[in-house]
Design a protein around this ligand. Structure first.
Ligand SMILES: NC(=O)c1ccc[n+]([C@@H]2O[C@H](COP(=O)([O-])OP(=O)(O)OC[C@H]3O[C@@H](n4cnc5c(N)ncnc54)[C@H](O)[C@@H]3O)[C@@H](O)[C@H]2O)c1
Length: 436
């Protein structure tokens, strides 16, 4: 076993993947969470989230004695050489990141560390947070420590692959010792030549927000152009291909659709705007990215209302996909929430289906909509079907079967995954995003 004892605090989408993958690299890892139900489930061999491949890695490393789970953060910290902070940093109502969990963990680290340690901030945190954490830990610590900013770039749904094959690893730190420890931790992930980029803490913190804001910008830019395509008689899908083939631009994150959601882009774009304001800088592009995205989430419901009329009482609308993207059960800031609420507000009977997110959807949407056990059950008697999340199982529907089950003929393709000609040929009224 590798020499370093790692503790990961916060066992959510990021912390659990980091903990499992670091154990898989041979380190001894303890995952800590203050949610006793989550820890009990993990100890029983369960997985609290849906993330492809994670179950296998958790089982292997638990069985081989490299990975365990506890709610006792204080004891875990005492035996740690490396402490990852991977707790949530949700957006506050004013748009700033809520750092209360990060600060609480920093305090606990200071009080409980019993040997020199490297504190690694994995959570997405605004510029200057590493300095705050350094100060909080120092108030109580009786041992040497370093604070490293090591933002995470994984995507839910492909988290294991992203963590183990990163394009780059960003490490912000001050000391040679921290640099050496981080190099040891990640040596197994950069053998293919992908770089570890060492920099100062503040640049590392800002790199994470800049990356998310850049990707969000690509999406909002294309969503805005999609509106122009509709007005001007062009097809955004053709424009996307033409634009994406330019190697200076690249094909990814250019898909027009129902807007971006999730636990990162929305809150991180807002937090970046707030951080800039704090420093007296106006980020006009980020402001626009956020505004375009908020408007975009309302578009699919508007397309239904445009075709079926403003009063949807007595009308049934099926939603395919509720998670904010495929291959996750995460519903945080999912466009489906806005779409479902808009349709329900117009009086529609909304029936949702998702392969993995029905549980989280029930928490998020409660009885605002009804839930179906399958894609076909959802469309039973529906006047319209809105494709919200492009799960594989929705990609090639049997249109004849849909026509049998549905009452109406409206298909709103919120992710442009269908061929409009084929859908129309099957007798449906097709509406995509940005396809005149
Ligand atoms: N989810 C992603 O795709 C993603 C990707 C990159 C970065 N991030 C960032 O990583 C961080 C974590 O995100 P997430 O999606 O894993 O969040 P999450 O909400 O899934 O998990 C956070 C976990 O921390 C636990 N927690 C909160 N306070 C705690 C405390 N004081 N002590 C112990 N445990 C505590 C919670 O119970 C929860 O299990 C955030 O800053 C996020 O912005 C997320």
């Amino acid at each position: 076993m590798n020499g370093l004892n790692i503790v990961v605090i916060g066992t959510g989408y990021v912390g659990l993947v980091v903990g499992a993958c670091m154990a898989d690299l041979g380190f001894r890892v303890t995952c800590v969470d203050n949610d006793p139900a989550k820890i009990a489930l993990l100890r029983d061999g369960g997985v609290p989230i849906y993330e492809p491949g994670l179950d296998v890695i958790l089982q292997r490393n638990t069985r081989e004695g490299r990975l365990d789970f506890t709610t006792d953060g204080d004891a875990a910290i005492a035996g740690a050489d490396v402490i990852y902070i991977a707790v949530g940093t949700p957006g506050r109502p004013d748009g700033h990141a809520d750092l209360s969990a990060v600060h609480a963990v920093a305090e606990s680290i200071g009080r409980n560390m019993r040997r020199p340690a490297v504190v690694v901030i994995k959570s997405t945190v605004p510029v200057g947070t590493a300095d705050e954490v350094r100060e909080i830990v120092a108030r109580h610590a009786r041992h040497e420590f370093d604070v490293v900013s090591n933002p995470e770039f994984l995507k839910e749904g492909a988290a294991i692959e992203d963590f183990t094959h990163p394009d780059r690893i960003v490490v912000g730190c001050r000391t040679e010792r921290a640099r050496e420890v981080m190099g040891r931790l990640y040596a197994g992930l950069v053998r293919s030549g992908r770089p570890i980029l060492f920099m100062d803490n503040r640049s590392a913190e800002l790199t994470k927000y800049a990356s998310n804001a850049m990707l969000a910008t690509k999406i909002s830019f294309m969503n805005e152009l999609a509106r122009l395509c509709e007005a001007a008689g062009a097809d955004i899908e053709m424009v996307r291909r033409g634009v994406g083939a330019d190697t200076r631009i690249g094909p990814r994150f250019l898909f027009a659709g129902a807007g971006y959601g999730g636990s990162c882009f929305p809150k991180d774009v807002r937090a970046l705007i707030r951080t800039a304001e704090k420093h007296g800088v106006e980020l006009r592009i980020a402001d626009a990215v956020e505004a375009v995205n908020e408007a975009q989430k309302h578009l699919p419901a508007a397309k239904v209302i445009e075709r079926l009329g403003p009063d949807l009482h007595g009308r049934r609308v099926a939603l395919w996909g509720l998670a904010f993207k495929p291959e996750t059960d995460d519903m945080r800031e999912a466009p489906s929430i806005v779409i479902a609420r808009d349709l329900a507000a117009a009086g529609a009977d909304v029936v949702g289906y998702d392969p993995e997110a029905l549980g989280t959807a029930r928490v998020e949407l409660g009885d605002a909509i009804r839930y179906a056990a399958s894609a076909l059950d959802a469309v039973e008697g529906a006047d319209a079907l809105v494709l919200v999340t492009e799960w594989s199982e929705f990609r090639n529907p049997d249109w004849a079967q849909l026509a049998d089950r549905m009452r109406g003929r409206l298909i709103v393709d919120g992710r442009n995954i269908y061929d409009p000609a084929a859908v129309r040929e099957a007798g449906f009224d097709y509406a995509g995003i940005g396809r005149a």
